[in-house]
Design a protein around this ligand. Structure first.
Ligand code: K1U
Ligand code: ZN
Length: 175
Protein backbone atom coordinates (compact mmCIF):
# COMPACT_ATOMS: atom_id res chain seq x y z
CA UNK A 1 0.00 0.00 0.00
CA UNK A 2 1.13 3.57 -0.59
CA UNK A 3 0.18 7.04 0.50
CA UNK A 4 -1.25 9.25 -2.25
CA UNK A 5 -0.72 12.99 -2.31
CA UNK A 6 -3.90 14.99 -1.80
CA UNK A 7 -4.68 17.84 -4.22
CA UNK A 8 -5.15 21.25 -2.64
CA UNK A 9 -7.83 23.69 -3.82
CA UNK A 10 -7.78 25.50 -6.24
CA UNK A 11 -7.13 22.76 -8.78
CA UNK A 12 -9.19 22.10 -11.94
CA UNK A 13 -9.25 18.35 -11.11
CA UNK A 14 -11.29 19.18 -7.99
CA UNK A 15 -13.88 21.04 -10.11
CA UNK A 16 -14.46 18.27 -12.71
CA UNK A 17 -17.32 15.76 -12.75
CA UNK A 18 -15.80 12.27 -12.24
CA UNK A 19 -16.52 9.42 -14.68
CA UNK A 20 -18.56 6.35 -13.67
CA UNK A 21 -16.54 3.18 -13.02
CA UNK A 22 -17.42 0.52 -15.60
CA UNK A 23 -17.87 -3.15 -14.56
CA UNK A 24 -14.61 -4.12 -16.30
CA UNK A 25 -12.72 -1.50 -14.27
CA UNK A 26 -13.59 -3.20 -10.96
CA UNK A 27 -10.31 -5.09 -10.86
CA UNK A 28 -7.06 -5.48 -8.94
CA UNK A 29 -5.90 -1.97 -9.87
CA UNK A 30 -9.11 -0.41 -8.51
CA UNK A 31 -8.76 -2.46 -5.28
CA UNK A 32 -5.21 -1.15 -4.96
CA UNK A 33 -6.43 2.43 -5.49
CA UNK A 34 -9.13 1.95 -2.81
CA UNK A 35 -6.55 0.49 -0.35
CA UNK A 36 -4.18 3.39 -1.01
CA UNK A 37 -7.00 5.90 -0.52
CA UNK A 38 -8.01 4.31 2.80
CA UNK A 39 -4.41 4.39 3.99
CA UNK A 40 -4.11 8.05 2.88
CA UNK A 41 -7.40 8.94 4.63
CA UNK A 42 -6.40 7.31 7.96
CA UNK A 43 -2.93 8.87 7.75
CA UNK A 44 -4.24 12.43 7.09
CA UNK A 45 -6.24 11.89 9.36
CA UNK A 46 -9.69 12.17 7.83
CA UNK A 47 -13.07 10.45 7.78
CA UNK A 48 -13.52 10.38 4.00
CA UNK A 49 -11.66 10.76 0.72
CA UNK A 50 -12.87 10.86 -2.89
CA UNK A 51 -10.82 9.70 -5.90
CA UNK A 52 -10.66 13.20 -7.51
CA UNK A 53 -8.81 14.41 -4.39
CA UNK A 54 -5.92 12.11 -5.34
CA UNK A 55 -6.12 13.13 -9.01
CA UNK A 56 -8.25 10.20 -10.22
CA UNK A 57 -11.42 11.27 -12.08
CA UNK A 58 -13.44 8.15 -11.18
CA UNK A 59 -16.62 7.83 -9.11
CA UNK A 60 -15.07 6.10 -6.10
CA UNK A 61 -14.92 7.20 -2.48
CA UNK A 62 -13.78 5.79 0.84
CA UNK A 63 -14.98 6.68 4.33
CA UNK A 64 -14.92 5.60 7.96
CA UNK A 65 -16.81 7.80 10.41
CA UNK A 66 -16.43 5.55 13.47
CA UNK A 67 -15.33 7.86 16.29
CA UNK A 68 -15.84 5.76 19.43
CA UNK A 69 -12.59 4.25 20.70
CA UNK A 70 -14.19 0.93 21.69
CA UNK A 71 -15.95 0.45 18.31
CA UNK A 72 -14.05 -1.35 15.54
CA UNK A 73 -13.23 0.68 12.41
CA UNK A 74 -15.63 0.43 9.45
CA UNK A 75 -13.63 1.19 6.29
CA UNK A 76 -16.10 1.59 3.42
CA UNK A 77 -15.44 1.71 -0.33
CA UNK A 78 -18.29 3.07 -2.47
CA UNK A 79 -18.17 2.79 -6.28
CA UNK A 80 -20.63 4.82 -8.38
CA UNK A 81 -22.54 6.01 -5.27
CA UNK A 82 -25.85 7.82 -5.81
CA UNK A 83 -28.29 9.35 -3.34
CA UNK A 84 -31.72 7.72 -3.87
CA UNK A 85 -33.55 9.52 -1.04
CA UNK A 86 -32.90 12.55 1.19
CA UNK A 87 -34.75 13.51 4.37
CA UNK A 88 -36.59 16.81 4.52
CA UNK A 89 -35.08 17.61 7.88
CA UNK A 90 -31.65 19.15 7.75
CA UNK A 91 -28.53 18.96 9.87
CA UNK A 92 -25.75 21.52 10.25
CA UNK A 93 -22.20 20.29 10.73
CA UNK A 94 -18.93 22.17 10.85
CA UNK A 95 -17.18 20.60 7.83
CA UNK A 96 -13.54 20.44 6.90
CA UNK A 97 -11.83 19.10 3.79
CA UNK A 98 -8.44 17.49 3.27
CA UNK A 99 -8.16 19.53 0.02
CA UNK A 100 -8.77 22.77 1.97
CA UNK A 101 -6.58 22.27 5.06
CA UNK A 102 -7.40 23.99 8.35
CA UNK A 103 -10.55 25.73 7.08
CA UNK A 104 -13.91 24.86 8.63
CA UNK A 105 -17.45 26.13 8.07
CA UNK A 106 -21.02 25.21 8.95
CA UNK A 107 -22.83 23.46 6.08
CA UNK A 108 -26.52 22.50 6.12
CA UNK A 109 -27.45 19.21 4.42
CA UNK A 110 -30.21 16.59 4.63
CA UNK A 111 -29.91 14.84 8.00
CA UNK A 112 -30.50 11.37 6.47
CA UNK A 113 -29.81 9.97 3.01
CA UNK A 114 -30.25 6.61 1.29
CA UNK A 115 -27.33 5.73 -0.97
CA UNK A 116 -26.87 2.98 -3.59
CA UNK A 117 -23.39 1.85 -4.68
CA UNK A 118 -21.38 -1.14 -5.77
CA UNK A 119 -18.49 -2.60 -3.80
CA UNK A 120 -15.12 -3.98 -4.93
CA UNK A 121 -16.72 -7.38 -5.60
CA UNK A 122 -19.31 -5.77 -7.91
CA UNK A 123 -22.12 -6.33 -5.37
CA UNK A 124 -24.83 -3.63 -5.12
CA UNK A 125 -25.65 -2.15 -1.70
CA UNK A 126 -28.31 0.27 -0.45
CA UNK A 127 -27.99 1.84 2.99
CA UNK A 128 -29.52 4.70 4.93
CA UNK A 129 -26.97 6.98 6.62
CA UNK A 130 -27.52 9.50 9.42
CA UNK A 131 -25.40 11.69 11.70
CA UNK A 132 -21.79 12.21 10.66
CA UNK A 133 -22.04 9.34 8.13
CA UNK A 134 -24.79 11.22 6.24
CA UNK A 135 -22.78 14.47 6.23
CA UNK A 136 -19.61 12.68 5.11
CA UNK A 137 -21.16 10.63 2.29
CA UNK A 138 -22.81 13.78 0.87
CA UNK A 139 -19.52 15.73 1.14
CA UNK A 140 -17.70 12.92 -0.71
CA UNK A 141 -20.37 12.54 -3.43
CA UNK A 142 -20.09 16.32 -3.94
CA UNK A 143 -16.37 15.79 -4.65
CA UNK A 144 -17.35 13.32 -7.42
CA UNK A 145 -19.48 16.11 -8.92
CA UNK A 146 -16.72 18.73 -8.71
CA UNK A 147 -18.32 20.49 -5.75
CA UNK A 148 -16.52 21.59 -2.56
CA UNK A 149 -18.03 22.49 0.82
CA UNK A 150 -16.94 26.12 0.30
CA UNK A 151 -19.34 26.27 -2.68
CA UNK A 152 -22.15 26.39 -0.05
CA UNK A 153 -20.67 29.54 1.53
CA UNK A 154 -21.22 33.19 0.66
CA UNK A 155 -18.92 34.34 -2.22
CA UNK A 156 -16.79 36.60 -0.01
CA UNK A 157 -16.06 33.84 2.54
CA UNK A 158 -15.28 31.42 -0.33
CA UNK A 159 -12.93 33.98 -1.89
CA UNK A 160 -11.07 34.56 1.40
CA UNK A 161 -10.55 30.79 1.86
CA UNK A 162 -9.45 30.36 -1.77
CA UNK A 163 -6.88 33.16 -1.39
CA UNK A 164 -5.50 31.46 1.74
CA UNK A 165 -5.14 28.21 -0.22
CA UNK A 166 -3.36 29.95 -3.12
CA UNK A 167 -0.90 31.40 -0.58
CA UNK A 168 -0.45 27.97 1.07
CA UNK A 169 0.29 26.32 -2.29
CA UNK A 170 2.79 29.06 -3.17
CA UNK A 171 4.58 28.50 0.16
CA UNK A 172 4.54 24.70 -0.32
CA UNK A 173 6.02 25.10 -3.83
CA UNK A 174 8.87 27.20 -2.40
CA UNK A 175 9.69 24.74 0.44
O1 K1U B 1 -13.34 14.76 1.83
C1 K1U B 1 -12.50 15.16 2.61
O2 K1U B 1 -11.81 16.12 2.34
C2 K1U B 1 -12.35 14.52 3.95
C3 K1U B 1 -13.08 15.24 5.06
C4 K1U B 1 -14.47 14.64 5.18
C5 K1U B 1 -15.48 15.41 5.98
C6 K1U B 1 -15.20 16.06 7.15
C7 K1U B 1 -16.18 16.71 7.86
C8 K1U B 1 -17.45 16.71 7.41
C9 K1U B 1 -17.74 16.08 6.23
C10 K1U B 1 -16.76 15.42 5.52
C11 K1U B 1 -12.29 15.08 6.33
O3 K1U B 1 -12.11 14.00 6.79
S1 K1U B 1 -11.67 16.51 7.09
C12 K1U B 1 -10.90 15.88 8.58
C13 K1U B 1 -11.87 15.50 9.64
O4 K1U B 1 -13.04 15.81 9.55
C14 K1U B 1 -11.42 14.71 10.79
C15 K1U B 1 -10.10 14.48 11.05
C16 K1U B 1 -9.72 13.74 12.16
C17 K1U B 1 -10.64 13.22 13.00
C18 K1U B 1 -11.97 13.46 12.77
C19 K1U B 1 -12.36 14.20 11.67
ZN1 ZN C 1 -13.44 17.23 1.04
Amino acid sequence: MALKSILIHPDPRLKSVADPVSASEVDKALRRLADDMLETMYDAPGIGLAAPQVGVGKRLLVMDCVKEENTPPRPMVLINPAVTWSSENLNTYEEGCLSIPEQYADVERPAEVEVIWIDLEGVTHTERFDGLWATCVQHEIDHLNGKLFIDYLKPLRRQIITRKMVKLKREQARA
